[in-house]
Each structure stands twice: as C-alpha cells, then as structure tokens.
Write a protein that binds this ligand. Structure first.
Ligand code: FES
Length: 340
C-alpha cells in the first residue's frame, strides 16, 4: 500500500509506502525537502497539508504546536500519509540540484590515515555500484554501539564513486567520533546512507569561486575543488583559503600546493591563527577570513563563496564577505555537522 504525495509549488510527486515517513520517501526518490534533525524536534521540515489526511507521528509539541496541527501542518520527518496528499513545502527549484536518490549502503574500511592529532581520514569502499553524489554532499554513518547516525561530508570527488573519503574530527566526549578514532580498523564493515545535503557548487552560475574552510570543514571544499578542476571545460577561477591553528593541524597542504602548481586557475592560501614557535611558517598568520580579506583587498563582488567550518569561522567569514560587497545569495555554507 502506498500513497501519492504532490509537493507544491514544484509539482513533484512522491510515492510514500505504508510505515514510511514523507521525508524518507522524498529523499529516496531524489526529491529534496528541507530538514535538519530528522526526528521531530527542530521543525525545519514543516509542511502544510492542503488536501488529504496525514498522521502527525512523533512530532515534538515544541516543534509543531497544537494550533499548527489543527491548521494542517505536519513535520515531514515524522508524518505518515493516510491518503493521497497535496502538500505545500518551502522549496524552490534549484537548477543545480541533481537529485541523486538517497540509498542504504554497506562498506568496508579500506584505509585509515591520521591527518592531524585530532582528524583522521577514513576511506570506505562501497559494496556494489558506486554512490552518485554531488561534491559537497554528506552521508549518515551508523557507528557500532552508538544510537542513531552521524553525518560526515564526503571529501573525495564524485568521480571516485566506489570509495568515499571522510575527514573525522575526534570530538571530546563524543561517543561516535571517539569510537571511529580509537576502535575502527581497516577491513571493518560499516553501514551508511546517502547522499544528503544542499551544499554543492552552483555550476550554472559562472562566477569565480571562493572556498573558506576551517578544521575538518575542508572535506566538502576538497571534494568540490577536485570535481571542478577535473572538468576541462570549466574555466572559473577557484581560490581556497584553509584555516588552522598551527602547522600540525593544517592537513593536505602538499595536495593543494600541487594542485595550484598544476592548475593556473586554482590558488591556495593557507592561514595559521596561532602558529607554534617551532612551526616553520612563512605564510599568512591570522584568521582565515582575514587571509581572504587581505588576498582580495576586501572586495569579493562577482564571486560565489562556499564556507565550511566551525560556526565562529563561518560568522566571521560571512561578515567579511558581505562587507566586501558579496550578496547573501552568493554565499553558501555548511556549518560543522554535529557529529560527536
Ligand atoms: Fe527536524 Fe523534521 S527535520 S523536525
């Protein structure tokens, strides 16, 4: 038994199986609906039922007020249709969204590399066919013994679809990332789903691109840059600003220096905010948004910017970019996913 749900204003149609949530059905059919927590507490996935009946499910009373329930609002991540529906969701057509359907995957850990004292790269070889995804998207990883899933951006390029690279930062007190740092071994099997997310390069806009990344927030930009540079038709200029505190925390520097030497259109600017006395460093000293400001002399107009890193870095970068005359619509960001 399944129900047909028409999503306005785009007119897309999703088949929802009995027992499935509206959000799960949409993502697995390559239709994007806004969401964040995925379990009824944040309210990001609120939609309004215009025609038909849908059960509220496990929505928190704070995320969906009684009055909203009476007016036909539902949370897509919890609600189960009880008839065919027409719903209204806060979605625009995005010409750059490829709509790769979310699927479940099993994978084998093929390599583990320590990148910094707190970040390791985990490579996962997927069973079966490779995962089609857009550079910048993320997966939800199931970690043995830990409830729920954890989100990690994919750091490898979409062309390497059979093996995904993740940059995993060990979060103090975080059960999942501690397990991934202390217990995970090559050859182990893991379960995941994906791809998810709306953080990808808007290729239909030909403006030059600025990436600003901090910590393990380099993962999405790394995938996006590898993807852009692999396209011989693409001529836009790409500048990556990578921030870290000290030299030990700055990873993949050689990789980006090599890419900059190979591609005239790619510029790499690393910045250390607190280099140690014995760091052999003659590069930029300061925060990564300050490096961007210095490089572009405070003028960012006619660019697209993609930001990924801890919230204070993102906030400072947005301020700098907007002061430098970059419109909000040209700034895309992924605040650190809350993988702990
Ligand atoms: Fe948070 Fe649905 S995604 S309530």
């Amino acid at each position: 038994m399944s129900y047909e749900v028409t999503i306005e204003p785009t007119g897309e149609i999703v088949e929802v199986e009995e027992g499935q949530t509206l959000l799960d059905a949409a993502l697995r059919q390559g239709v994007w609906l806004p969401f964040a927590c995925g379990h009824g507490t944040c309210g990001t996935c609120k939609v309004q039922v215009l025609e038909g009946e849908a059960e509220v499910g496990d929505a928190s009373p704070f995320a969906l007020l009684d009055m909203e329930r009476d007016e036909g609002y539902r949370l897509a991540c919890c609600c189960h249709p009880e008839s065919d529906l027409v719903i209204e969701a806060d979605v625009d057509e995005d010409p750059d969204f490829a709509g790769h359907p979310v699927q479940d995957w099993s994978a084998t850990v093929s390599a583990i590399t320590e990148l910094t004292p707190t970040i390791r790269e985990i490579r996962l070889r997927l069973d079966g066919e490779g995962m089609a995804f857009q550079a910048g998207q993320y997966i939800n990883l199931r970690v043995p013994g830990v409830e729920g899933t954890r989100a990690f951006s994919i750091a490898s390029a979409p062309a390497e679809s059979g093996e995904l690279a993740l940059h995993v930062r060990k979060v103090e007190g975080g059960a999942a990332t501690t397990w991934l740092h202390e217990r995970l071994e090559e050859g182990q099997r893991l379960e995941l789903s994906g791809p998810y997310g709306q953080f990808f390069v808007r290729k239909s806009d030909p403006k030059d691109v600025i990436f600003i990344a901090g910590g393990s927030g380099l993962s999405s930009p790394e995938s996006m840059i590898l993807d852009l540079l692999a396209d011989p038709e693409d001529t836009r200029r790409i500048t990556l600003f990578q921030g870290a505190r000290s030299l030990a925390e700055l990873y993949h520097r050689e990789r980006f220096e090599r890419l900059a030497a190979e591609h005239e259109r790619f510029t790499y600017v690393p910045a250390l905010s607190a280099p140690l006395d014995d760091d052999a460093w003659d590069g930029f000293v300061g925060y990564v948004h300050e490096a961007a400001n210095a490089h572009f002399e405070g003028r960012f107009s006619e660019h697209k910017a993609y930001l990924c890193g801890p919230p204070p870095m993102i906030d400072s970068a947005i301020t700098a970019l907007m002061r430098g005359r970059l419109f909000e619509r040209d700034i895309h960001m992924e605040r650190f996913l809350t993988a702990a």
